[in-house]
Write a protein that binds this ligand. Structure first.
Ligand code: HEC
Ligand SMILES: [Cu+2]
Length: 381
């Protein structure tokens, strides 16, 4: 019966992404519990709901009953009724008050716990932007996915480069606004680890997904084959708000996480620069604003960009060469393309020279017009 209702309602948390947890009971309202907060949050939520139902149903039933029973014929004069019952009034005032105080105290205890990251938590920097996420693992490693360790208290130090966003991991029952111009913090302790899909499944999905950004919804695992928990933005932040999602991968051990961070920090020596450039394009949020098929999004398309010539808002003209691209990435507001808003965030300190060189190689690959030979790259910084 409940399963039938769930199907009808298509409960907002598509439990598909958590299918690997099939052995843990899914509750009617909530996705599986995957953090140390989850059981408590669900319990308080359920209790408050039941208390409300216990009052609401008999009250409404009584009201309807009196409406029917005491209906008078039209034109009957209303009688006044002034009697009063002290014991009854005390009961219905004091009883619910006690319940309300209990709700407040329970809520406060949980809230204060969630507000206070334990000493020595594992710290990950989170940057929210329209419309994506960049997690900062320190030492120049950035990635859109959140990778953490099971049973390890994890603190997120969060900032926004534009408008108010909000980070929500339903399976962790953890949510917090991210406000531009200040740091906001949240923490949680994940209790369920991700799993890795088999190499065959991963290879097949990789083949299907060739040439387009990874489809997390379709595959329900990351490009590296980890099952994941959903992370959403829950503060409406503009056109692509609904696409502002990413994956949370929970590693079994700190060593496993360290190995993952290491593997994702710099371009592997045997990888061609353009391939790394393509990874950066997908991972660092460029794909949210720049298409590679000629479509105009928030920013100009990367298709045939390299070597082209176009106007700026200042009225000048530029040729898109290595130096100009480098400047566009590090100081986007220095030269703004005519017809666009200066909304691109600066990647200064977030993309290494090597990353930028790889992006340039990638842009060359996307361009059929071969450019005039670029001047030797300036070595600023
Ligand atoms: C929030 C949206 C946004 C993101 C994210 C973004 N850009 Fe941009 N980008 C723009 C806009 C808008 C422009 C055009 C206005 C300007 O020049 O600042 C632009 C301009 C550019 C230009 C110059 C294009 C031209 O036609 O001359 C380059 C190169 C560029 N971006 C590269 C990147 C790279 C590389 C990334 C990722 C590392 C990135 N951008 C991420 C919005 C974005
Ligand atoms: Cu948002």
């Amino acid at each position: 019966m409940i399963a039938a209702i769930e199907n009808l309602m298509q409960v907002p948390f598509h439990s598909g992404s958590l299918g690997f947890l099939a052995d843990i009971e899914d509750s009617f309202w909530f996705p599986k519990q995957a953090s140390s907060f989850a059981a408590e949050v669900d319990w308080v939520y359920d209790m408050i709901l039941y208390v409300c139902l216990v009052f609401f149903i008999p009250m409404m039933a009584f009201m309807v009953w009196t409406m029917i029973k005491y209906t008078k014929a039209k034109g009957t004069k209303a009688e006044s009724q002034l009697s009063h019952h002290t014991a009854l009034e005390l009961t219905w005032s004091v009883g619910p008050s006690i319940l309300l105080v209990w709700m407040f105290v329970q809520g406060s205890i949980s809230y204060l716990d969630m507000r206070t990251p334990p000493e020595g938590s594992y710290d990950v920097g989170v940057q929210a932007f329209k419309w994506g996420w960049t997690m900062d693992y320190g030492a120049g490693t950035f990635h859109p996915e959140l990778h953490i360790v099971k049973d390890e208290p994890t603190k997120l130090s969060m900032r926004s480069t534009d408008v108010i966003h909000s980070l929500f991991v339903p399976a962790f029952r953890a949510k917090k606004d991210i406000v531009p111009g200040r740091y906001n913090y949240m923490w949680f302790k994940p209790t369920v680890a991700s799993e890795k899909v088999s190499d065959d499944v991963l290879a097949k999905a990789t083949e299907q997904n060739k040439g387009v950004p990874w489809d997390y919804d379709k595959h329900q695992f990351t490009p590296e084959g980890y099952t994941f928990f959903d992370l959403y933005c829950t503060e409406y932040c503009g056109t692509n708000h609904s696409e502002m999602q990413t994956a949370v991968v929970v590693h079994e051990t700190q060593e496993e996480l360290d190995a993952w961070i290491k593997a994702n920090s710099v371009k592997p020596p045997d990888m061609p620069p353009a391939t790394w450039g393509n990874l950066m394009y997908n991972r660092r949020g460029c794909s949210g604003c720049h298409s590679i098929d000629g479509t105009k999004l928030v920013g100009p398309s990367f298709k045939d960009l390299y070597g082209s010539r176009h106007g700026l808002t200042s009225g000048d003209e530029v040729v898109v060469d290595d130096n100009y691209i480098r400047e566009s990435i590090l100081m986007p507001k220095a030269k703004v393309v005519a017809g666009y808003q200066p909304v691109m965030p600066s990647y200064k300190g977030q993309l290494s020279d090597d990353d930028i060189a790889s992006i340039i190689e990638y842009l060359k690959e996307l361009s059929s017009t071969q450019p005039a030979p670029a001047e030797p790259a300036m070595t600023a910084n």
